[in-house]
Design a binder for this molecule. Sequence first.
Ligand code: HAS
Ligand code: CU
Length: 538
Amino acid sequence: MTPAMRLVMAHVWVAIAAFAVGSLMAVMQALSRAGVELPFRSAELYYLSVTAHGVLLALVFTTFFIMAIGYLVSETALGRIRGTVYAWTGFWVALTGTLMTTAAILSGTSTVLYTFYPPLLAHPTFYLGATMLVIGSWLWCAVMIYSYRDWRRVHPGERVPLPMHGIMTTAIIWILATSGLAFEVLVLILPWATGLVEKIDPIQARTYFWWFGHPLTYFWLLPAYVLWYTLIPKVVGGRLFSDALTRVVFVQFILFSTPVGFHHQFTDPGISGGWKLLHTFTTYAIMFPSLVTAFSVIASLEGAGRARGGTGRFGWIGKLPWRDPFFASVALAMVTFAMGGFGGAINAAYAMNAMVHNTAWIQGHFHLTVGTAVTLTFMGFTYYMLPRMTGRAIAWPRVAMVQPYLWFGGMMLFSIPNHIAGLLGMPRRIYTGDFQGVEAAQAWIPFTNLSAIGGVVLFVSAMCYVGTVLATVLTSPEGERETIEYAEALATQPAAPLWDRFGFWTAVAVVMIAIAYARPLYHLHTMAWYGSRGFSPF
Ligand code: HAS
Ligand code: CU
């Protein structure tokens, strides 16, 4: 294995380990909510489990997998990774941070859920570990930028390869996003969690959190988009619809990902309606590049399906390689994301948000988006990448073939009932579905039962994935390595060089963030506040 591959695989292993543990937590939670009497079932353990599940899947699995994709793209599209010493340092810092945060959660002192809203108070180790995970990922960003700039130096005037364009976008969004998180944790939370100051302002903290929390979702999504745009057309034997349009899409994410955070805070006091409205407009703007993506990826797939002999309006769909686990994963991820995006448009509307906010609808929404659009794409990509990295063929091809369909089916069973239960008023993050006998809860029970069945199917699918990956590296003999090939574009006209000017777009994004946040944050920092002491429910 080459040094670059070793780096990629180290990140993949941490991601898969976090995924395996997080999945086990998930199935216990779904069963608990459906009233199944598991041993050790208690409210305390339930919330500890939800915290571990959220942190290990939403933050650790994603971040490590994304770092792996970045290194892989840098190596295969640019030809090399610059600064591998920093990359390995980032890996160990992030891994140490992950272990610290996980230990803090398992010790029972840090049951604060993955959003860690003050005044819920965790042990300082929880926040320190999370900070180290982020510092590790910053080193990843530095390595991506360094590799890109080095390539630029050697290839003056050339268009940066499209996959790396998407990865650079991801790194820039991540730096913009985590600046808000750094302020929240270093300036507000750590002095309070370590007892240096007595009180914290929950709304200030939440506002910085969502400055980070929304672009976080595009940090997850964009590497999946990179695979959808640059690998899938090749896998299905077609072409990317347009290279230029794809660059425009990525740049729009740099601009609109961050100034939207108030769509998570419509019900929070202290932020006026006008600022919330501004963030609503930018939220609808950020849907646009995904709508363009829907158009582009379907166009690429249709072209490929027709080239494979598909006729009529929909005949091309059946001609696509539905038995290929990578393609099937991505196609099902796309279908799921169309549903999740539709729900996102509902969340983003001020009045409709009031109906769904803090209900089970929200967990339905994000299991379609991050839990499937992103996760299923990453799982499918593993089947593609692993043989090309290690030279070992997938050990259980049939299991790999069925696994994406199990995930999709399980997720429909899990997520659709959660959406409906949410509309019926069921809160998110609750311990039991009977809500200790409350009348309204009777209507939720059939849906929590259905979602528990979905949870079991998802767990089976998760174990098929982990099992196949392990069997491949443990039992499959090493053979020829195929290369990773990126798709060519249908439209041959080059994109304007403007779309490769990352520095310029980052500057525009900073101005937009200032417009969206400076005034409301000034208001929050200067108004009279009383603050809150820390609170640990258990
Ligand atoms: Fe969201 C809450 C709005 C996208 C994740 N979101 C969340 C939370 C998470 C999350 C984790 O406005 C909960 C946070 C918490 O814990 O409190 N979301 C949106 C909007 C979008 C959106 C407008 N979300 C995502 C993505 C996520 C994600 C992506 C993770 C990866 N979301 C919200 C709002 C809230 C929220 C409010 C707060 C709610 C509240 O009250 O708390 C948009 O970006 C969505 C755009 C997407 C589309 C779909 C495009 C479709 C494509 C595929 C088409 C291809 C097909 C091919 C169909 C417009 C690209 C089929 C053909 C074949 C042949 C296969
Ligand atoms: Cu959001």
